[in-house]
Design a protein around this ligand. Structure first.
Ligand SMILES: Nc1nc2c(ncn2[C@@H]2O[C@H](COP(=O)(O)OP(=O)(O)OP(=O)(O)O)[C@@H](O)[C@H]2O)c(=O)[nH]1
Ligand SMILES: [Mg+2]
Ligand SMILES: [Zn+2]
Ligand SMILES: [Zn+2]
Length: 1016
């Protein structure tokens, strides 16, 4: 088969499918066969819904066009048909011409004769150039050139000045001609996945443009004049090289969405962007009055007693003391050190120092204050002998947390006073951590150096620090002067913690409005100056101005003996002992009014969680060393009717705190057995009501997960996503240093074989046609499909089939399906809810093509039981909709109404259980079900009317543009109807699997930890 033949077959199948001759399943199955290997042995496959080509790069399928040379040049029939089509179009004065998916490698000059054309579709061909004659198609309004091989556009493109829509996605265009600026009627311009490094200035003349898509290019800067395109509602700038965007974009009043993902944004911009559009706007506006900021963190780490605190004193010119007390928690100093910029005259770099206590107990919590924007001083002391390996441990921790581009200076103390016993193996450290290590240096913090007037080695160290800092990503980022002044005033305050209202007062005095204040607070949190959780109802009224005041408090809990003896249980009535009557002389005492706040913050940091009973919290770092008697063992045969699947996360290094963190994040599933919670230092047992049980255990550098249930795939899926999120949240440096594997199923002498099969590798082998694989450890041959069973991401329709045919473990299958759908639209969940019904309310809507009055009903996203918002006057909106809006929303509305309906058999009993007797809900033929049916009916009608062909979810598992656009339209409407979300009746809650859930008041309250407002 050739590429052309496969594409032709696809088109035929698609036509049959569209006309209803082929059902979804058969279509998917047939297209699945359209796969081929090219001369280089690479596999190619046509996407079921998209009709676009995917190539397997050895790991996964990527959307790519087959290069032209792999495509035979147009064969004779293709050519003849093409000419015939063009000739006919010219003769009949056609206004539309579809030449997509035709295997065309060129477009003949004759195309210029079709002068009446209003739309021309040449998508998915192999064009490398356009003929000059396209300039004659002056009536063109829409030109589709997506997925071709164009490297440039002819100058004459500028003559097509009636063009409203131009789609050039997926070509190889590096520059646009100046004449491009003549296309002043453009409304939609799509240039994703090209090689543009800049845009012509003239693009600012496109004053009708509402959609500009530039994702996947090489843009390093944008012109401030882009803001002249006042009608822009959507800008896609994802996957580019942007560190900044022009502040003028804040003036685009109609903007609904700007996508800046995967750009090397400066940290302040990144924080503002992640907070959402209003914050981004406030931040950009503030930049009109900006100055450049030169600041960095200086972080001192190393074992206890090696001289960190003393070194910092020497560096900052304070007199060191011989009997420096040990540091509890951390000591943070905002303007500890100011050094001249090594290259910029008159510029100074300001360092905030973070001096961490070196004791073991802190290792888990302190790593979370390590950030990329820092210089690390890793301190060690040669006299102590065994330090060399600990230097390596610290380097590992820094790398796990920050990644290979951390900047570390390795400093040894006592160079004059101590005899040198230990040496450090520099070549080995350089081999393993070379990219992170800035240099090695020796100092003596207690001995004066007459030549410099400082302590020995300190002057050079200061130079090294400044030199390393000049490369940090945030150096020289623009920042508003008033914002900075407000920040500095706040940081200089004596109080460690103030009410948000007071924080806002200071900001108001520096001319910041509400939204700017909010943005600044979150930004200061993100940059590590303060602790503030603005989107947490129970925390948002307080701001911790001195993080060390808080870290110290958490430190006291971690150092508390009794909590350790109690296996981590910390009852409220012991809190006074920990925070007031503590044994640390000369240290801070914390008033009991703060305790509820502290307990909540400790949950935020995953240090502890609230126990259901007994007015106590559980500090996960102190759970028992001993494994409790388990209800079952991984090696045993599972009980009847259950299956067990196993998965291993294999890591280069297990990060400190992995198990306690996982205990906190899975505490909703905590397993109780005769009054005991089944967790220990290395693992935990879990139970997920109807979806089975699991055992998780860290064995050296492998994290094992066993799940057992009638259908264990769902629980395994949730646990895997939770683990993955835990890792990506906390240890970005782990990327590429761990993988998920299936353990070998063979047993040797009654024990499981240690062989591991990486899941990705198995998938690849399977794609390439292998059916079995040999274990490298025991040598037995294993069936790949069987190994992968439970880990393959099955397609949506296959999952649905399993549900419709009521296969075993139905509950879990449905839950898994809904979970998958919600994950697929996860990235939109931040801005607003994802579930709703929408029903027409004019009496005779069935007789018309489009209704214009609708009722929007929002739905609570509670896990396992989505339901209408029941609170009075909340979650319901009546409104008039434009035809355009309805068409945009219909496919998505239809899709999710279907998903919710599918889940009804499971969600109804769950809801009854949740609401108990206080609430009278009967679901069969109730308003909810009727609404779902009406939504589907109305949406299908609209879809039929406009003939939308795209399916809601691609086979590849992502939501299609149609769907995303539906969610966006919903959010835009909500912003309009209810700008402050006052009538929403839903609250946003982050999940441990990576998205947000919008919950009704009742579910929201139930999800909150039961921490009292007052503890005495
Ligand atoms: N002679 C000499 N003594 C030093 C040097 N650096 C630190 N010391 C002494 O070593 C002891 C411990 O130093 P600290 O600075 O408290 O050590 P630390 O790393 O901050 O310890 P923790 O806070 O417990 O992690 C103090 O008594 C210092 O005076 C040095 O370079 N030479
Ligand atoms: Mg210290
Ligand atoms: Zn084996
Ligand atoms: Zn609810």
């Amino acid at each position: 088969m050739t590429f052309q033949e496969l594409e032709k077959t696809y088109k035929e199948l698609k036509a049959q499918h569209d006309s209803g001759k082929l059902n979804d399943a058969a279509f998917e199955a047939e297209v699945g066969k359209l796969r081929m290997q090219d001369v280089q042995g690479r596999w190619w496959q046509i996407g079921v819904q998209s009709g676009e080509w995917y190539m397997h790069d050895g790991n996964r399928w990527n959307k790519t066009n087959p290069p032209k040379e792999l495509f035979a040049t147009m064969d004779k029939t293709t050519r003849q048909r093409l000419f015939a089509n063009i000739e006919e179009a010219a003769r009949k004065k056609q206004t539309h011409l579809d030449l997509s998916f035709r295997g065309l490698s060129e477009l003949p000059t004759e195309i210029g004769e079709c002068t009446e054309l209003r739309s021309l579709d040449v998508r998915n061909n192999y064009l490398t150039a356009l003929p000059e004659s396209v300039s004659k198609l002056t009536n063109l309004e829409s030109l589709g050139l997506r997925w071709n091989q164009l490297t440039a556009l002819p100058k004459s493109i500028g003559d097509l000045n009636k063009l409203q829509s131009l789609d050039l996605k997926g070509n190889h265009i590096a520059t646009l001609p100046e004449s491009f600026g003549n296309l002043t009627n453009l409304q939609v311009l799509q240039l994703q996945d090209n090689q543009l490094s800049s845009l012509p200035e003239s693009i600012s003349k496109f004053t009708d443009m509402h959609t500009l898509a530039l994702g996947g290019n090489r843009l390093t800067a944008l012109s401030i004049s882009l803001a002249q395109c006042e009608k822009l509602t959507e800008i896609d700038l994802s996957h580019n090289q942007l560190a900044e965007i022009p502040y003028s974009l804040a003036r685009l009043k109609k903007l609904q969405r700007i996508d800046l993902r995967d750009n090397p944004l400066n940290p302040a911009l990144k924080s503002a962007y992640e907070q959402g559009l209003p914050a981004l706007r406030a931040y950009l506006l503030s930049l009109e009055k900006a100055e450049l900021l030169y600041e960095a963190k200086l972080i001192l780490v190393g074992e206890g007693g090696v001289g960190k605190t003393t070194l910092l004193k020497a560096l900052t010119g304070q007199e060191p003391r011989v009997d420096e007390p040990t540091t509890h928690g951390a000591k943070i100093d905002v303007k500890a050190l100011v050094l001249p910029h090594p290259e910029k005259q008159g510029v100074e770099i300001q360092f905030n120092s973070w001096d961490f206590g070196g004791q073991d107990v802190y290792r888990v919590t302190h790593q979370f204050f390590f950030s990329r924007r820092s210089i690390y001083l890793l301190v060690w002391e040669p006299r102590k002998g065994v330090q060399a390996s600990q230097v390596e441990d610290w380097l590992k921790i820094i790398r796990l947390r920050v990644g290979d581009d951390a900047r570390v200076i390795i400093v040894s103390t006592h160079c004059k006073t101590g005899e040198r016993i230990a040496r450090i193996d520099k070549p080995v450290l350089m081999r393993d951590f070379g990219s992170m290590i800035v240099g090695f240096h020796e100092v003596d913090n207690l001995v004066d150096d007459p030549a410099t007037g400082q302590k020995v080695g300190i002057a050079e160290l200061r130079t090294m620090i400044a030199d390393a800092a000049k490369h940090l990503e945030q150096m020289g980022m623009p920042f508003n002067r008033d914002w900075r002044a407000a920040r500095d005033e706040l940081l200089a305050k004596k109080e460690p913690c103030i009410a948000y209202a007071k924080f806002a007062d200071v900001c108001a005095r520096h001319n910041l409005d509400d939204i700017a204040t909010q943005t600044l607070a979150t930004l200061m949190h993100d940059l590590g100056y303060i602790v503030y959780y603005g989107d947490d109802e129970r925390l948002k009224n307080d701001v911790v101005l001195q993080p060390e005041w808080l870290t110290k408090a958490i430190g006291f809990v971690l150092e508390d003996r009794k909590t350790q003896e109690m296996d981590g249980i910390l009852p409220d009535d012991r809190l006074k002992e920990v925070w007031w009557d503590h044994p640390f002389k000369g240290e801070q005492k914390y008033d009991s009014a703060l305790y509820p706040f502290f307990l909540r913050l400790m949950e935020k940091y995953d240090v502890s969680y609230r126990l259901e009973k007994g007015n106590a919290s559980l500090v996960a770092q102190h759970v028992s060393q001993e494994r409790p008697a388990p209800p079952w063992l991984a090696d045993e045969v599972p009980t009847r009717g259950n299956r067990r699947i196993a998965m291993v996360c294999a890591m280069d290094d297990a990060p400190p705190g992995l198990v306690p963190w996982m205990i906190v994040r899975t505490h909703d599933y905590a397993y109780h057995l005769s009054g005991h919670r089944l967790h220990w230092q290395k693992g935990m047992f879990l139970r997920n009501t109807r979806h089975g049980e699991a055992m998780l255990e860290l064995r050296e550098r492998e994290f094992h997960i066993y799940a057992q249930a009638v259908w264990p795939e769902f629980f395994m899926n949730v646990l895997r996503k939770t683990l993955q999120k835990l890792i990506t949240d906390n240890w970005p440096g782990m990327e590429g240093r761990y993988y998920f594997a299936v353990p070998c199923k063979n047993r040797i002498d009654g024990k499981a074989c240690n062989g591991r099969f990486p899941i990705e590798t198995l998938r690849k082998f399977l794609e390439e046609g292998d059916t079995t694989v040999r274990c490298l450890t025991c040598g037995t041959r294993q069936n790949i499909v069987e190994l992968l069973f439970g880990f393959e991401e099955t397609g949506w329709s296959e999952q649905l089939r399993g549900i419709e045919s009521k296969l075993d473990g139905l509950d879990s299958r449905i839950a898994n399906y809904v979970f998958g759908v919600m994950q697929a639209i996860a990235s939109e969940s931040k801005e607003g809810p994802r579930l709703f019904t929408i029903t027409p309310i004019d009496a005779d809507w069935r007789k018309k093509a489009f209704s214009n009055r609708y009722k929007l009903q929002l739905i609570c996203e509670a896990e396992g039981c989505p339901h209408r918002v029941e609170e009075k006057d909340k979650g319901v909106y009546e409104f008039e909709a434009t035809k355009e809006w309805v068409t945009r929303v219909a496919p998505y509305a239809n899709f999710i109404a279907g998903v919710i309906k599918t889940a009804l058999p499971v969600s109804v009993p769950a809801l009854r259980l949740f609401y108990k007797d206080n609430y009278n809900i009967d679901f069969k033929d109730t308003p909810f079900e009727i609404e779902l049916n009406l939504t589907k009916e109305a949406a299908s009608k609209v879809i039929g009317e406009v003939k939308t062909i795209d399916q809601p979810i691609t086979r590849e598992g992502a939501v299609t543009e149609v769907n995303r656009s539906g969610v966006l339209a919903l959010h835009a409407l909500l912003r309009e109807l209810d700008p402050n979300h006052a009538k929403l009746g839903l609250k946003r809650v982050p999940t441990y699997t990576g998205d947000f859930r919008w919950l009704c008041q009742k579910h929201y309250d139930a999800a909150q930890p039961k921490i009292p407002d007052k503890i005495v």
